[in-house]
Design a protein around this ligand. Structure first.
Ligand code: TXA
Ligand code: MG
Length: 341
């Protein structure tokens, strides 16, 4: 794995302290980082992504012991989850300290916090807090244009954000491949706002009770993290340009036949191999376990999108807890696909 060296980390810290953006790898996806205490730097994130200003950002920390510098009234459940899963793919939504920038929280009374589990991210966060103050944090959304597929390789970031990001630290392929699980602990009742590699079962093991699921009233079109607290959002995420449809396994062959008969070029992402080779059909057999499927998902969607087919058909994944995060991302991809920039 390409690893950023000390000199690159020092360059990154200098850029961040000067209010510039640095993209960095995490175990989930690449983040587009800025000093979370610098309003001008945070504003550059929104400009680079084309992201609406009311969408809050996750603050990445070097260590759980600076939690209280960012959050107030921290419940015991948060400490338990941080102890169990940090560094790792879990974001905690907590009541914010008053000095946290409105630009970071989207003006809400809560803040999203996480300690990522990637050697380059941790080296960067530690060096940044050594230079800037122990509680320093990096605001970092996924390093993609708003509404598009999250990057899991440094090249994805460079291709998509180009000159708007001064430095992309290369940490190789992201191990998890989809964004962190987000748990809201700001209201007394733990609730999963975004499913991820850490499942509701994993959280229940630690808390002794199952967290609530995402607000059932929220729809896929509502945005990244649904829930009314993300105001004014109205677009699906993780979306390829090519129209993408989810199709149950038993209907897949029929859907392929119909599209081919209509003269369309079709790409398929399924959990089994193609049964025949025909013109205008590209078939990719995906991994059968949820973790490998998630690891590969965004790079695969980018590849399928780049083929310029008329339609991407994806076999609906199993409806089990471990596939929930993958199913969530695929539904959003289907919902926002087929739109030009
Ligand atoms: O795995 C991840 O979480 C990646 C890596 C880079 O850490 N980051 C990421 O950031 O996915 P982003 O901005 O693409 O998605 C963060 C989500 C957004 O949907 C945002 O609405 C939600 O977190 N969020 C952040 N702060 C929040 C808050 N205070 N309340 C509710 N949702 C919040
Ligand atoms: Mg994102």
């Amino acid at each position: 794995m390409p690893a950023a060296n000390d000199r690159e980390i020092a360059t990154a810290v200098a850029l961040l302290r000067a209010g510039e953006l640095v993209a960095f790898p995490t175990e989930t996806v690449y983040g587009l980082g800025a000093d979370a205490a610098n309003p001008a730097a945070v504003a550059k994130i929104f400009a680079a992504k084309g992201r609406p200003a009311d969408h809050p950002l996750i603050v990445h920390l070097a260590d759980a012991n600076v939690l209280d510098a960012w959050a107030r009234d921290v419940p015991q459940a948060a400490r338990l989850l941080a102890a169990a899963f940090w560094p790792g793919p879990l974001t905690l939504i907590l009541k914010r300290q008053s000095q946290v920038l409105d630009a970071v929280t989207g003006g809400q009374d809560t803040v999203g916090l996480r300690v990522p589990n990637h050697p380059v991210a941790l080296a960067l966060l530690r060096a940044f807090s050594a230079a800037q103050g122990a509680a320093a944090g990096l605001a970092a959304p996924s390093a993609n244009r708003y509404g598009r597929i999250s990057p899991t390789r440094a090249a994805h970031v460079r291709n998509e954000l180009g000159a708007s990001v001064q430095l992309v630290l290369d940490g190789g392929d992201c191990a998890v491949g989809i964004e962190s699980t987000i748990v809201d602990l700001s209201s007394g009742v733990p609730r999963v706002l975004r499913p991820g590699a850490i499942t509701a079962d994993d959280i229940a093991q630690v808390l002794g009770k199952t967290p609530l699921a995402r607000n059932p009233a929220a729809t896929d079109a509502d945005a990244d993290v649904v829930i009314p607290r993300v105001a004014g959002s109205g677009m699906a995420h993780y979306a390829p340009h090519t129209p993408l449809r989810l199709v149950p396994g038993e209907q897949l062959q029929h859907a392929v036949d119909v599209a081919l008969a209509a003269g369309q070029r079709v790409a398929v992402l399924a959990c089994h191999s193609a049964t025949r080779v025909v013109p205008n059909l590209y078939w990719h057999a995906a991994a059968r376990d949820a973790a490998t499927y998630a690891h590969d998902l965004y790079a695969r969607l980018r590849e399928l999108d780049a083929r310029d087919d008329d339609l991407i058909l994806v076999e609906t994944p199993p409806m089990t807890d471990e596939w929930l995060a993958v199913a969530d991302r695929l539904q959003r991809a289907a919902c926002g696909s087929g739109q030009a920039d």
